[in-house]
Write a protein that binds this ligand. Structure first.
Ligand code: UGA
Length: 468
């Protein structure tokens, strides 16, 4: 099928490349000329595992091209809208990019067109889009408007696209659902050859969920808000554990064994970040309030999350007493591992706070240094964790990159001026780090607590194995 994807960001580019991979002929558009030039040159504007490979093999096979929005929309029969919906100052989503695409579609398309809204939008946006298309369209444009929210996680977007848990669509007509089903058939049936299959863990057939447009739009915001709520919940449990002398890893594990709760998103830490959860929770509160529902539960989720940074800084302050003039190594800048995205990254908030208090900060991240530099230039960025840790009085773990689990602890202990680790992601085993000579502080756990005879395993590994 010939498909146009508007927007070459995390969602659009992944969608375009993966749709091309399963056999469609895709034109991917963006109105950022610099981004288009990069993509045509075989370069990606951001880091996402496997994406470069999938883009390049589909460009080479002639199934994926990059165009301006006007060109990609002209005469198109299937259009995915994947443009950004950033937060406005009042917390609502800015829908101007979505509205602009609708206008371009209305002006440039004739005949039949299936318009698929994939950007994360407030409920009832589909109805507005449809109205806009009808108002501005020339004679002869007939279109179906479908909501098809994305559930891609940065860092594993390719795996999530090829092997999703569910594909949700919101439609008004059965014919539109049938067309969408045809587009996704290789994924629904899992009949395509996955180019990164060896690394994919979730390969059962996805659920196909067909709803009305409003419900589909709500599913996206409700899902992200629920996951954010889980994180804030476990973060509060972690604080309680610290107050009463319990271990949040064990508590989370005990909770996770109940299939109604499950193990995912029970890792406490410095809070959720990124371009999705903070803005989506905020937007969902606004959507609810406009509809006359006071979603105060979610307001508290936000408040708890905001307090994570100060609570983490307080842990550092308790150890160092005065932060001004102290040498601190910050390991991790991205909002989560396997991405270079620093938007709303808790690590950057921590960095900002330390610099404001006068700390001498050295930072390292395997991928996100350039993006962090662009928003926050006044820090010494290093080429390795060892360079960052040289003479440091504290090492902070702010993103749980796999690379950090393989660090040479003996080497680190020799180069720091004080063997203190404050781990905001509960990456390491307290007993093990203590036995290696570090004073190790984490979130909601006892300093070197172990009831097991064998050395305890790291919390996320424990939770992950509970998942299997
Ligand atoms: C999230 C959702 O997981 C996707 O399903 C959704 O499609 C996407 O938003 C979106 O709306 O586009 P993403 O923001 O890439 O994906 O990242 P997550 O893996 O969900 O993590 C979000 C934040 O929560 C990160 O800062 C992470 O460190 C934090 N987190 C996650 C925790 O603090 N604890 C956990 O247990 C899990």
């Amino acid at each position: 099928m010939k498909i146009s994807v508007i927007g070459a960001g995390y969602v659009g580019l992944t969608t375009a490349a993966c749709l091309a991979e399963i056999g469609h002929s895709v034109r991917c558009a963006d109105n950022d000329e610099i981004k288009l030039a990069l993509l045509r040159n075989g370069q990606l504007p951001f880091f996402e595992p496997h994406l470069e490979y999938v883009v390049s093999r589909n460009c080479n096979a002639g199934r994926l091209q990059f165009e301006t929005t006007e060109k990609a929309v002209a005469g198109a029969e299937v259009i995915f809208i994947c443009v950004g919906t950033p937060p406005l100052e009042n917390g609502e989503a800015d829908l101007s990019a979505v509205a602009n695409v609708a206008l371009t579609i209305a002006q440039r398309t004739t005949g039949y067109c299936l318009v698929i809204e994939k950007s994360t939008v407030p409920v009832q946006t589909g109805a507005q889009l449809k109205r806009q298309l009808q108002l501005y369209a020339g004679k002869g444009l007939k279109c179906d408007l479908v909501s098809n929210p994305e559930f891609l996680r940065e860092g594993s977007a390719i795996q999530d696209f090829f092997h999703p848990d569910r594909i949700v669509i919101g439609v008004e007509r059965e014919e539109a659902a049938a067309q969408l089903r045809e587009i996704y058939r290789p994924i629904l049936d899992q009949t395509f050859k996955c180019p990164v299959h060896a690394e994919c863990t979730h390969t059962q057939k996805p659920a196909w969920i067909v709803t009305d447009t409003n419900s589909s739009e709500l599913i996206k915001h409700a899902s992200n808000s629920f996951l954010a709520m889980k994180i804030s919940f476990i973060n509060m449990v972690a604080d309680l554990c610290e107050a009463v002398g319990a271990d949040v890893t064990k508590v989370a594990l005990g909770m996770a064994m109940d299939p109604r709760i499950g193990p995912a998103f029970l890792n406490p830490g410095i809070g959720f970040g990124g371009f999705c959860f903070p803005k989506d929770v905020q937007a969902f509160v606004r959507i609810a309030s406009k509809a006359g529902c006071d979603f105060s539960l979610l307001k508290e989720v936000e408040n708890i999350n905001k307090r994570r940074i100060e609570r983490f800084i307080e842990k550092i302050r308790q150890e160092l007493w005065v932060i001004r003039g102290r040498k601190i190594a910050v390991l991790g800048l991205a909002f989560k591992p396997n991405t270079d995205d620093v938007r709303f990254a808790p690590a950057l908030e921590i960095l900002r706070s330390l610099v404001r208090e006068g700390a001498i900060v050295s930072a390292y991240d395997p991928q996100a240094t350039e993006k962090a530099k662009a928003v926050f230039p006044d820090v010494r960025y290093c080429a390795s964790p060892y360079e960052a840790a040289q003479d440091a009085e504290a090492i902070l773990i702010t993103t749980e990159w796999q690379e950090f689990s393989n660090m040479d602890w003996d080497r680190l202990r020799k180069i720091v001026s004080r063997s203190l680790i404050v781990d905001g992601r509960n990456m390491f085993n307290p007993a093990e780090l203590t036995s290696r000579g570090f004073h190790y502080i984490s979130i909601g756990r006892q300093p070197a607590f172990s009831l097991d005879e064998d050395p305890p395993i790291a919390p996320s590994a424990e939770l992950h194995s509970a998942l299997k």
